[in-house]
Design a protein. Sequence first.
Length: 263
Amino acid sequence: VNATCPHVRGVAVHPATNRIFVTCLDSPTVVIVDATTHTVIAQRNVAPSGGGAYNEGIMYNPRDDSIWVAARGEGRIRVMNPYNLSVVATIDCGPSQRPIYLAYDPIRPRVFASSEVGYEVYDSSNYTVLRSHRSWLTTGIAYDQITDTVFTAAWAKFNVSAYNATTGVQLAQTPTDNSTYGYMLTAVPSLCRVYASTFLCPQPWACSSTNSSKLLPMPVFDSVTLSPVYRFEQLYNTSSLLYIPEIHKLVVGTQSGVVVVDP
């Protein structure tokens, strides 16, 4: 996979086909990997419009058994059939609302997308916009269905915010450690926890020798108060996060590789 996709931006797992879907830095292609053999079995260009097209986040939505891809470079979200790899829907988000990462509501037909101007809420049954929230360039996004709360991480603001997912009212905001970079988020509702990545330089060219040498443990927040709970001291400089509820595990990308941990 490293040869095909040297800089992974997002990972989604489709249990029924035992496939892993991967988005790559500065690429319009989704790479599909066999989870048993760890071999690349297909590549699908889902952003074919040409110059500037590239994908960022990717997500499996079990409500409709589909793969959602944030085609950030195009300002679109594309929905894929995970079996035949066809694109079944395209959401035009607009040039100023380019989507970055995605989260889904397992109870209601809603998908949340972080964007360059805040975050948006989409109806996953008809692919229409339910609500837009304007704030700052937002990267990480996660959803807790128990409290109906959406969590966002603001680019270079070093904070995590919580909003009521239905009304959009801000519930809490807490700064992350200002020496870290909260790029991605994931929530574990059963534990009332939110996990934040701590990679100082999510883009390879942004890394300096000073930044890359710092050891930044992954922080964990209470999902109601957003107060710090603890840090994974053994997991530092985390660049990607994925919670897999079916096995109750966190898949964490670090500078030294991918780690699977108990949350």
